[in-house]
Design a protein around this ligand. Sequence first.
Ligand SMILES: Nc1ncnc2c1ncn2[C@@H]1O[C@H](COP(=O)(O)OP(=O)(O)OP(=O)(O)O)[C@@H](O)[C@H]1O
Ligand SMILES: [Mg+2]
Length: 313
Amino acid sequence: MVERVADAGSAKPSTQSALGPRGRGLFGRLLDSVRSVPAARREAVTIAIASGKGGTGKSFIATSLAVQLHRRGLRTTLVDCDFGLAVDHLLLGVKPVRSLQHLLAGQATLAEVVCETPCGPKLLPGASGVRKLAAMSDKNLLTLARELGALAQQEDVLVLDLGAGIGPATMLTMLAADHIVMVTQPEIAALVDAYAVVKCVTQLHQKAQFHVLVNRALTAGRGEQAYEKLTEVARQHVGINLNFLGEMIEDQRIGQHRLGQLPLVVTDPTGATARALELVVQRLMVLAAPLLQREVAGDAGFEARFRNFRLFI
Ligand SMILES: Nc1ncnc2c1ncn2[C@@H]1O[C@H](COP(=O)(O)OP(=O)(O)OP(=O)(O)O)[C@@H](O)[C@H]1O
Ligand SMILES: [Mg+2]
């Protein structure tokens, strides 16, 4: 629970008049974030699935990872954070009635929106074709932070499937997450965009943890080569190392997924793609260990990080 030590309105009158009504709001929010000391809490490890370029395979990877983590006995919820262009419910074979849109509008509670899926992990579905979600208001961002913070307290892992690029809500979700899985393709255009995201996030959060997954490689080893280039550029220009999470080979069957069909990790658990995903999960469990709900200080949880980074976006 957030304990408010001082109200934004308690700022000195001279400061208020100097900043004007808009400045008062910003100053109040800054004071609020500095002075509020929420209680320590137990919460999930949060993993954002991100990319620079669109269509690199984030939703495929996010849904597959969520299924595999659930199978390992971890309480897992997949959150469709592709705000306004959600598809995860289709990939997991469910038809939800309510979505993030209803949650943010106060028309449904978290318990009413989060749904079970046939493959095991729970899903907080996103909305599709909703422009309001694509350009979220400040109020919506705060509600999103609070609801994801509350959801994190019920789970071991939250997998956050993001939209491509560096839109404000996408950036904030990446900044607040414990880990960022950067899904890229091996082609130069995708690597350049991936680097751009790494740079933007690192400018605000030098300790961000990036794990690179190169998807749709045409030959074995091509993904690791692409990763080597990307981490070298990141090391030289922004001074950070990126971890290698693995490579996935192009598999035509992934693109042939039909509506209502279950994910490939379920329908063909022993095939080459499912085995490659298994390796990815094993590496993730080492890089992000321990992948379990753990205690975090009140000002270090997902919600607090999201709210604090919001002041700089
Ligand atoms: N390893 C792969 N081999 C072949 N096709 C793939 C592979 N990975 C993903 N795909 C296909 O690529 C397309 C894009 O995948 P997906 O929707 O998961 O990407 P995305 O990054 O989530 O896209 P967006 O940026 O629009 O959210 C889909 O048709 C998917 O089936
Ligand atoms: Mg997607």
